[in-house]
Structures are given as C-alpha cells and as structure tokens.
Write a protein that binds this ligand. Structure first.
Ligand SMILES: [Zn+2]
Length: 378
C-alpha cells in the first residue's frame, strides 16, 4: 500500500522494477533490498494512532512490501515480550520463542506468504534446518499453498514433526543445510519453482524485531542489540528496520549491533576479525546450535557491512558456553533452544554493559534434548 520505488541488489546496485519477483540478483547473485517512498511512510507514522497502538508485527505494515492488507496471512506473530534479565542489570531479553511456531521466523513468513498470495503462488519450496520450514509450513498451508520443505540430515525430529503437523511435505536430504539450499536453488532455476527462505521479502518482515524493540523502549535506542547469526537475514532485517526508523524520524541514533556465531560455524565472525568484507564458507558446520549451522550465509556480506556501519561487535561462543547460557535463561523462566541462547552467551562473553537487548530466537521445545537430558539437579 506504500509505494515501492524499486528493488536494488546490495552487492552490485542493479535495479529491479517494484513488482518483479526476484530472489537473488540476476547479474551477481547478491541479495535484494526494497526501497519505499519514505515520505509516505513518514506521513503515516505521524498520526497519533501509530505511537499509541500496541506493539505488534502488523503495526509496522507501512514498512512492508504488501499491496493490500486484505491479503494478510497472520497467526498473531510479533508483539513478543521484552523482559528484564534477572541476573544482569540493564540486560533485556526479547523472547522470540513465543511466536506462533516458536521462533522469530514467523515475522518473515507472515510477509513472505502474504506476498506469495499476492503473487498467486500455489506451491512453495523451502530449504530449512527446521524453524523456517515449520514457519513456512504453518503460514503456507493456512494460505492454501502446498509447501515442500527440504530438510538436511541431523535436523531435530521435533522440528520435522512440527513441519509435518502443519500439513507440509518433507524431503529428507543427505548432508548439510547448504546441500538442501543448493537443491532448492537448482529446482527453482530448472522449473521456476517459487522458493521461500532467506530472501528479500523475508528480511522485510524481520525488520519488525528491531522496530518492536525501539517501540517497547519508547522510541529510545538501547546500547547494544545482540543477535545470533546463521544466514544473517534476521540481523540484516533488524538493521534495515532501524535504518528506516531513523530515515522517517522515529529515532535519531543507532544502537551497536552485535553478531554472535557458534565457534563451529564462524563464517561471518572470522571475516570480521580479519577485516574481510565477505563471509567465509564452512563445509561442515559443527555446533549444537543447529538453527544457525549455515555454512554459506546468504546475508553474510550484509552483516559485515551492518557491523561496520553501527560500529558493532562480533564474537563466537562454544557449545559449552551456549549450554551454560541456556541454563541461565531457563532459571529465569525463558527456555531457549541452543541457537536461542547464543546471543545471551555472546553478551556474557563480551562482558557487555549498559542497556543490552539479547534476542532469544527460538523456544526450547524446538530441540528439547540438545546437549543431553537435563539432570535432576541442574
Ligand atoms: Zn547484483
């Protein structure tokens, strides 16, 4: 409903028409950013109804590339709590595990599937370590779209069960997430299949994590926002949401963004530490945090750029540190899956102080036995 000016490749700057469906740049394979008429957004958010409205994903509809809100596919995503950390003064937890399918992915899926409805799509294919697949399955089948999820070996059985429960088809793949991703790309190139996953529309929806945080802080920015990085899409979405909030005058400064990865899949952090503008690839990611075990991050270059822009920080955490963080979160009523505890582990390792928002990306029920059964005295 807000006018889209154009779509632009992050890497080479090639422009695409607003209505074109483009997953990755046709020239260089880069990711696609969407540019809006920000004057129009500014007019919409100046209304008192905007600031007074309760925090929810669709409150920020004017920042999404949706033609008509009547097409909206929603399960009540977003509006997740931002609660105090019991053990660290100033630290806040954004509990994304409380989204409809148990992870932040629902923000992206709501926008991506609504766009698929607008584009009259009937079949969607998605590579996933589990969370994205579950989310796309829930929103897709609700929209009447057939969903097929390509799952790498080693995905937690609970996540696979969740995908099937929403009525999607599961294709079990040998190998890693990157193998599943490549298979879906090939399918798309050969048959024109509509793929879902870490592309432009999803990132547009994931802007709402950043927008909600500053809204919940009464349009003040925290010192740090700490984000786990797998593909990098959520990190980039949060950066874009904050950038656009600044462009339309909702905030006047930027928080430092902090990227945390598992040491067994340090694609972006190792590049950051070596001052390299492109992410490394990891053939065989090895971490308990399966949801961020992505050896070839689609949005790695974007994460590195955003780190530079926000004078951010990047660090890795070990499986032991992740499990310790999960334990600390559990003892204050927040049960996270391993990847969901990564930001908390990172904030701990970096010794961040001031106002620090940790994004808890996924629920503990997603992968309940990771790290072994919990002993009776924990
Ligand atoms: Zn390009």
């Amino acid at each position: 409903m807000v006018k889209i000016k154009n779509q632009v490749c992050f890497m080479c700057g090639k422009k695409y028409k607003p209505e074109k469906v483009v997953f990755r740049c046709e020239k260089c394979g880069g990711s696609i950013d969407i540019n809006y008429d920000f004057k129009e957004i500014k007019n919409l958010i100046n209304k008192p109804t905007f600031t007074k409205a309760p925090v929810s994903h669709w409150k920020y509809w004017m920042f999404y590339p949706i033609k008509n809100l009547k097409n909206m596919i929603t399960l009540g995503e977003g509006g997740t709590p931002l609660i105090n950390d019991k053990f660290h003064k100033g630290r806040l937890l954004k509990n994304e595990g409380l989204n409809p399918t148990g992870s932040f992915k629902d923000r992206g899926s709501a926008v991506e599937i609504t766009k698929a409805v607008e584009n009259k799509v009937h079949n969607i294919y998605c590579p996933s370590t589990g969370n994205m697949g579950a989310s796309i399955a829930a929103y897709g089948t609700r929209a009447g779209i057939r969903v097929t999820v390509y799952v790498p070996s080693g995905a937690p059985p609970v996540k696979v069960q969740q995908i099937k429960s929403y009525g999607a088809r599961v294709v079990n793949m040998r190998g890693t997430y990157t193998n599943a991703l490549n298979s879906v790309y090939e399918l798309s190139e050969d048959t024109g299949a509509y793929i879902s996953g870490d592309y432009g529309y999803r990132g547009e929806g994931e802007k709402s994590t950043g927008l909600e945080i500053i809204d919940q802080l009464n349009w003040q920015i925290p010192d740090y926002i700490v984000i786990p990085v797998g593909m990098g899409n959520h990190f980039w979405g949060i950066h874009q949401g904050l950038k656009e909030a600044k462009m339309v005058g909702l905030i006047d400064k930027f928080p430092k963004l902090v990227a945390i990865q598992a040491s067994g899949c340090d694609t972006v952090v190792s590049s950051w530490k070596n001052n390299d503008p492109l992410p490394k690839t990891r053939k065989n990611p090895d971490t308990i945090a399966g949801a961020i075990a992505c050896g070839k991050p689609n949005f790695g270059a974007e994460v590195l750029y955003a780190l530079k822009q926000t004078k951010g920080l990047a660090e890795t955490v070990t499986d032991g540190e992740i499990l310790q963080a999960r334990k600390e979160l559990g003892k204050q009523g927040v049960w996270a899956e391993p990847a969901g505890a990564v930001a908390y582990a990172g904030a701990e390792k970096l010794g961040l102080s001031g106002q620090v928002v940790c994004i808890i990306t996924g629920h503990g029920l997603k992968d309940p036995f990771a790290g072994g059964a919990i002993p009776s005295v924990y």
